[in-house]
Structures are given as C-alpha cells and as structure tokens.
Write a protein that binds this ligand. Structure first.
Ligand SMILES: Cc1ncc(COP(=O)(O)O)c(C=O)c1O
Length: 394
C-alpha cells in the first residue's frame, strides 16, 4: 500500500523535498512523506480529471467527511456546517488571526515550534511573543504554564497559537494540559488558534485530545485547524480544514471564503482521505511506529551521544545533537559531510540550537541510510585535524 520508497522512483518527484538538493543528498528535511499515494485518493483525483471537474472549490462533503473521521478516530464530531476548506493550515491561521486580532498586537507561541509560526505572524503584522516550552532535562518537554500565563498577561497580547500535536517534538498534549491552556486563554480573554495538522498521525500508545472536544468555554471560542496534508501527504493539493466553534466563527469563515479558496482537487482528495483513506493511514502509522523504534535502536548503536525521545505523533524526529560536537547547527555538518539533509534546529526558534529534525516518513531502509550518513558526518568531523570528539561519540 505504501510502496517501496525506492530512491529511483522518489528522485523523479518534483516536489520541494526532491528538488531542493542535488541527487547525491538524501532529503530528510521538509515534512513530506515518501509513500505511494493512497489509492482512493488517486482514484478520486483521476475521476475528477476525467470529467473536467477542475473549477473552483465547493465544500461539498468535506464537513461530513471530516466529522465522521474525527468521530471515529477521536470521539469528537464538530458540526459539519462549521467545517471549512482553507488553502492550507498556515493561510487559515493567518487569515483568522488577521481578522480577529488588532494589527501590531502580540501572538504567543511556544517554541521550539514549527518555523512558519514565527514568520507568518510577522507577515500579517503581528508580534511574536514567546512562551517557550519547558525542557525537562531528560529530552522531554512540557508546556510551561507560568511562562504562558506571563506572556498572555501582557496588555499587547491578543492571541495564543498552540501546536497540538507539537511539531517538532511529536508531543501529544493531555486533556489536563489542554484544559490548563483553555483556562489561561479564557482568563486573559485572548483568541486561541489550535494547529492540529499532525493529529491524523497519532501513533500507537498515545491518545490525541481534540481541543474542540474539551468541556470548556474555550472549546467554542477556539479556531481549530486540521488537514489531510500531513496524514496522507497531500500538501501540494492545497486543502486544509478550519473548524469554527460557534455560529459567529462560522460566519467569519463564510464571509472570508474568497481569501480562503482551497484547491478544488484538494477538497476532493481530502474527502477521499477522510472517508476511504483510513486503511492507508493505518499502514502509514504502523510504518512510522516501526521507524521510530528503528531510529532509536540505530542511534543507540551508531550515535549514542545523540538524544532522541521518540515522538507520540507524526514522522518527525527531534534530535538533540549537542553531545556530538557539531556546534549550533548540526544539520549543516550532516549535509556537508554526510550528504543527508535534516532541518536545522534553529528553524524552530533559538531553543533549537544544537538540535536537528529528521523526517522518518519513509522506508526503514532510508531511515537506516540517513543514520549511516549522519554517523559518517560525525566520524569525518572527529577525524579532521583538531577534531574534538572522543571515540565514545562515534
Ligand atoms: C505544525 C504545522 N502546521 C502547519 C504546517 C503546514 O501546513 P500547511 O501546508 O497546511 O500550511 C506544518 C507542516 O509541516 C506543520 O508541521
């Protein structure tokens, strides 16, 4: 179902992942997966093309398909008529925050977090206010509710943008943590946007709690964003999902539909994913689950001084490379010396210095190849004149 992720086939792709670096570099950076497209999705797109159905989008069955997906997976079904297609999650977030917060006001985020949270807020003229996650010292992180409280109390702050599950950690927040966030947002009377784009890829052993399912006043006030784009690798088809928690929220999204036009083929693909793509999704989840265990084993064998706490969701591995002697930007060394492209930790905020993010949404063979290349890079640096690494780092 997922294909074999052969490099010969993948290198024919023309997407960002496969066109950014020369052919001798293994790309493991941007959040695209390497699997073969789910058949129900390619069938739906082919059927649309066959009848020339390539016009403007209509939400059609999107709301019902999304609600039935979230009901079956997470036990929560939003009102279908409060579910809206958007071109992508970041555009949906930017448009909603533009509409609901004053120009120049502050939006709080909790880094290390998805890089565009920083610059997309800048593009819409909002100030980024950081309430960093608390590092637990053992490789884990937690929401820092005191920091968040302080940040939300600032008079110039108008909103909080929460990532749940969290990228790059793959952390799944508990109902208790989400309720604490809800309390703070209510108390400080701020807009809350929740980016749940990685929710479809919650892995075995974890329970994802949709913010909209909380028994809390903020559940109706929050703006929820999900998508099939990460779960089924559809980012290029341009369709995300915005969920309003109230009639007023739905009215705002209805009014702004011209600014939020998704791709029609994206809507068709997304409906197919949420209705007929669950078998494929389960196969992808099983593969990523296997890959996170494989990665932990290979790192222990080949790069024992790299820190890795396997994520509870999605296909992105947050690697603490500070013990490897590669400085603030280990991804630069992995690229230069090992010909494997990871995402630099600093993309997720200053807190990411010394870290790198590895994409494991691929085959076990390519996960192993990535680790081999990373280990070769570390060995090359250690061997160079003045190399500071002890043998233990290798
Ligand atoms: C947390 C998060 N939000 C948003 C996006 C981007 O999604 P979209 O292309 O729908 O804007 C990503 C992509 O990796 C992501 O990880």
């Amino acid at each position: 179902m997922l294909g074999d992720c052969s490099l010969a086939a993948l290198s024919r792709r023309k997407s960002h992942k496969w066109r950014t670096y020369p052919p001798d570099v293994l790309p493991a950076f941007v959040a695209e997966m390497d699997y073969t497209l789910a058949e129900p999705i390619s069938d739906a797109i082919r059927a649309a093309l066959a009848i020339g159905d390539t016009g403007y989008p209509h939400p059609g069955e999107l709301g019902a398909a999304f609600a039935s997906f979230t009901a079956s997976r997470f036990g929560w079904a939003p009102r279908a008529d409060w579910v809206f297609p958007v071109p992508d999650v970041m555009t949906g977030i930017a448009e909603v925050l533009s509409a609901t917060t004053p120009p120049g006001s502050g939006v709080v985020i909790s880094p290390p977090v998805y890089g565009p949270f920083f610059f997309r807020l800048g593009y819409i003229g909002r100030e980024v206010v950081q309430a960093p996650l608390r590092s637990l010292g053992d490789g884990g992180y937690d929401l820092d509710l005191d920091e968040l409280d302080r940040a939300l109390a600032r008079p110039d702050v108008s909103a909080y943008l929460l990532c749940s599950p969290h990228n790059p950690l793959g952390q799944v927040w508990t109902a208790g943590q989400l309720l604490a966030v809800a309390d703070l947002c209510l108390r400080h009377d701020v807009v809350l946007a929740v980016d749940e784009i990685h929710a479809p890829l919650v892995l075995p052993g974890a329970r994802f709690v949709p913010f909209g399912s909380l028994d809390h006043e903020m559940a109706a006030r929050a703006w929820i964003f999900q998508s099939a784009s990460k779960g089924w690798n559809l980012a290029g088809l341009k369709c995300g999902v915005a969920v309003a928690g109230s009639a007023d929220g739905a009215a705002l999204l209805t009014e702004r539909w011209e600014a939020l036009l998704a791709s029609h083929l994206g809507v068709i693909a997304t409906v197919a994913a949420f209705t007929d793509g669950l078998g494929w999704l389960d196969a992808a989840i099983a593969q990523i689950d296997e890959n996170r265990r494989l990665l932990a084993r290979l790192l222990a064998e080949r790069l024992p001084l790299a820190g890795y706490v396997p994520g509870a969701a999605s296909f992105l591995a947050w690697l603490d490379c500070r013990g490897l002697g590669l400085g603030e930007d280990p991804a630069a060394t992995f690229l230069d010396r090992g010909k494997v492209a990871l995402t630099a930790g600093a993309y997720f905020g200053d807190q990411g210095a010394g870290y790198a993010r590895l994409n494991i949404g691929t085959s076990p063979e390519l996960v192993a190849e990535a680790v081999s290349r990373m280990a070769a890079a570390v060995a090359a640096v250690a061997r160079q004149p003045g190399g500071t690494l002890s043998d233990a780092a290798l």
